[in-house]
Design a protein around this ligand. Structure first.
Ligand SMILES: Cc1cc2nc3c(=O)[nH]c(=O)nc-3n(C[C@H](O)[C@H](O)[C@H](O)COP(=O)(O)O)c2cc1C
Ligand code: SF4
Length: 516
C-alpha cells in the first residue's frame, strides 16, 4: 500500500517548519519500508494549523496539524492504523473555517501540486481558456464585464472597462502586466495563489491577452517573494511545454508568452505607472496620468495591468459564465474576495468569501479575536493607506462602497488587528513616516507633507500648542488628499484621520496621559 501524503511548500508553512516535517515524514516512511507518495502543495490558508499534513483516504483527505518533525513517526503509525492521532483535524474540507468559505479563486490552492499542469487540468484548469477560445474576444469581454469583477489591487476599477479600453486601442504591440508587488501590510493572497496555484494566474493572463490582442506578458513580483518567483517560473515553463504558452496557445492561432520580472523592493513600485517605469529599467517614479496605461503603458504601448487576484478570478468567470460570478456579493461588489486576516489575531489566514460579510464577523468570529486574548481595539483594513476602524464600525459590510462611505477602503483585502495595548497616535505617526520613507518624491504634498506630518504629531504628543497642531494635521491631510499625484500621498490621510477621529484620547500630550 502506498500512502499519499500532502505537505504544503507555501512560504508561510515553510517558515514554521513544513520542509522539516516533509523530510521527517519521508525518513520515517523509509525507515519503516513504507511506500510513500509525498506531494508538496500550496497552503489551505489556515496558518495557525501549519505545518498541516493531509492523508488521502477513500472518504477524502484527512488533515493533521500543526505537525512538528517529532510527530512524523506517530503520524505514520496512525495513518497506517485507524487514523486516530492527537493532531487529527478530521476531513480537511469539513474543517469549519474552510467549509464556510466560498473558494472560487482559491479552490485548488492547497489541493493540487502547483508544479503539475496535469493536476491543474484534472481539477478544472484551462476550461476557462478553452471557452474563451470558442467564444472569441468580444464575447469573452462581455463575460468579464457581466461578472462585475473589479480590480483587487486596491482601486476597485471595473476590469471589463479596462480590458475594453485596451481592446479598442489600435497598436502593433500590446502587453499584459500582472501586478504581484503585494506591498500592503497584512496581505499575502497574491503570494499564496502564485505558490499554490500558479497556472490559474497564467490562464487568467492568457484570457486577457486573447481578449485585447496582446502577445507578451510580464509578472512583476516583489523580491521578497522568492518562493513565488520559483513557482511562477516553473509553471510558465510547464505551460510552454504543454502548449499553453508560446506561438500557438492551446492549438489556436494565438501567440502569447509570459516572463517574470523581480522588483527591487519599493512600496510605490506597486503603483501601476511606477511599476511600468521599473519594468522598463528605470527608478520607480509615478507617471502623471493621462495617458492611461491602457492607452500608453509599457514601452508606450496599450497595456492591461491588473492585480494577481483580478487575473486569477477570470478562469472561473469564463468557465462558469460572468453571471455565476456576479451571483455572489452585494451592491456593486460582485463575486468573492480573498480576505487576509493578520496582525494580532487568533486564526490568521486566507478567508475567501462573497462580499457582504461584516468586519466584526471577520475579526471576532472567523478570526477568533486577538492572539493575545486581550480585547480588540482597532482593525486596519486595506493596507498601510487604509483606515483604522474601531469596534463601533465593525458592522461595516465588506463592500467597496460601504467602506468608502465610512472613510475607509478594502484595498487588497488585508485586515490587521490590534488589541487594546495599541497606541493610535504612534500608528498615525507611523502612517506619515511610512509615506515619507516610501514616497517616490515626484510631488510636494507627499514628499514634504509626510515628513512635516510626523513632526507635527510629535509636537502634539509633546504638548506643544496642541489645538493648533491638531488643526495643522487636518489641514495637511486635506492638502495631501487633494494635491498628491497618486494614492500613496493621497491616501495617507486615511489612517491618520481615522486614528484622530476614532481614538482622540490617544492624542493627548504624553505627560497628561501619564498623569491619568
Ligand atoms: C502606492 C501604491 C501601491 C500599490 N501597490 C499595489 C500592489 O502592490 N499590488 C497591486 O495589485 N496594486 C497596487 N496598487 C494599485 C495599482 O496602482 C493598480 O491600481 C492595480 O495594479 C490595478 O490592477 P487591478 O485593477 O486589478 O486592481 C498600488 C497603488 C498605489 C498608489
Ligand atoms: S503621492 Fe508620493 S508616491 Fe505618489 S507621486 Fe506624489 S510623491 Fe510620488
Amino acid at each position: 500500500m502506498t500512502l499519499r501524503v500532502f505537505v504544503s511548500r507555501d512560504a508561510g508553512a515553510v517558515a514554521v517548519g513544513a520542509d522539516e516535517v516533509a523530510q521527517a515524514i519521508a525518513q520515517a516512511a523509509a525507515a519503516r519500508g513504507l511506500a510513500l507518495d509525498l506531494v508538496r502543495t500550496g497552503s489551505r490558508g489556515l496558518y495557525w494549523l501549519e505545518p498541516m499534513v493531509e492523508l488521502a483516504t477513500p472518504a477524502g483527505r484527512v488533515a493533521f496539524g500543526p505537525v512538528s518533525p517529532a510527530d512524523a513517526g506517530s503520524l505514520l503509525e496512525a495513518m497506517l492504523a485507524d487514523g486516530k492521532h492527537p493532531l487529527r483535524l478530521g476531513l480537511a474540507e469539513e474543517i469549519p473555517w474552510l467549509k464556510r468559505q466560498t473558494r472560487l479563486i482559491f479552490a485548488r490552492c492547497g489541493v493540487i501540486d502547483p508544479r503539475s499542469l496535469e493536476d491543474y487540468r484534472a481539477h478544472g484548469g484551462y476550461q476557462g481558456l478553452e471557452r474563451a477560445l470558442s467564444l472569441g474576444a468580444a464575447s469573452t469581454l462581455a463575460e468579464v464585464t457581466a461578472s462585475g469583477l473589479r480590480g483587487r489591487g486596491g482601486a476597485g476599477f471595473p476590469t471589463g472597462i479596462k480590458w475594453k479600453t485596451v481592446a479598442d486601442t489600435a497598436a502593433d504591440q500590446k502587453y499584459i502586466v500582472c501586478n504581484a508587488d503585494e506591498g500592503d501590510s497584512g496581505t499575502f493572497a497574491d503570494r499564496m495563489i502564485m505558490e499554490g496555484d500558479p497556472f490559474v494566474l497564467i490562464e487568467g493572463m492568457t484570457i486577457a491577452a486573447l481578449t485585447v490582442g496582446a502577445s507578451r506578458g510580464y509578472i512583476y513580483i516583489r523580491s521578497e517573494y522568492p518562493h513565488a518567483v520559483a513557482a511562477m517560473n516553473a509553471a510558465i515553463a510547464a505551460a510552454r511545454r504543454g502548449g499553453y504558452l508560446g506561438t500557438r496557445i492551446a492549438g489556436s492561432r494565438h501567440a502569447f508568452d509570459i516572463e517574470v520580472r523581480v522588483g527591487a523592493g519599493a512600496y510605490v513600485c506597486g503603483e501601476e505607472t511606477s511599476l511600468l517605469e521599473s519594468l522598463e529599467g528605470r527608478r520607480g517614479v509615478v507617471r502623471a496620468k493621462p495617458p492611461l496605461p491602457a492607452h500608453q503603458g509599457l514601452f508606450g504601448k496599450p497595456t492591461v495591468i491588473n492585480n494577481v487576484l483580478s487575473f486569477a478570478a477570470v478562469p472561473f468567470i469564463l468557465a462558469n459564465g460572468g453571471k455565476a460570478y456576479a451571483d455572489f456579493g452585494i451592491g456593486r461588489s460582485r463575486g468573492t474576495m480573498p480576505i487576509q486576516l493578520a496582525g494580532n489575531i487568533r486564526h490568521g489566514g486566507l478567508f475567501e468569501t462573497a462580499f457582504g460579510i461584516t468586519l466584526g464577523e471577520l475579526v471576532d468570529d472567523v478570526g477568533g479575536g486577538t492572539f493575545t486574548g486581550r480585547p480588540v481595539r482597532a482593525a486596519q483594513v486595506g493596507g498601510p493607506l487604509g483606515a483604522y476602524f474601531p469596534r463601533a464600525l465593525f458592522d461595516t459590510p465588506f463592500d467597496y462602497e460601504a467602506f468608502a462611505a465610512r472613510d475607509g477602503l478594502i484595498g487588497h483585502g488585508g485586515i490587521v488587528v490590534f488589541d487594546d495595548s495599541v497606541d493610535m497616535a504612534k500608528q498615525a505617526r507611523f502612517a506619515f513616516e511610512f509615506c515619507a520613507i516610501e514616497s517616490c518624491g515626484k510631488c510636494t504634498p507627499c514628499r514634504i507633507g509626510s515628513t512635516r506630518g510626523a513632526e507635527t504629531i510629535d509636537k502634539i504628543l509633546r504638548g506643544e500648542r496642541v489645538d493648533n497642531h491638531l488643526a495643522l494635521v487636518e489641514d495637511l491631510c486635506n492638502t495631501m488628499k487633494l494635491g498628491s499625484l497618486c494614492a500613496l500621498g493621497g491616501f495617507t490621510p486615511y489612517p491618520v484621520m481615522s486614528a484622530l477621529k476614532h481614538f482622540p484620547e490617544d492624542f493627548k500630550p504624553q505627560h497628561l496621559q501619564a498623569a491619568e
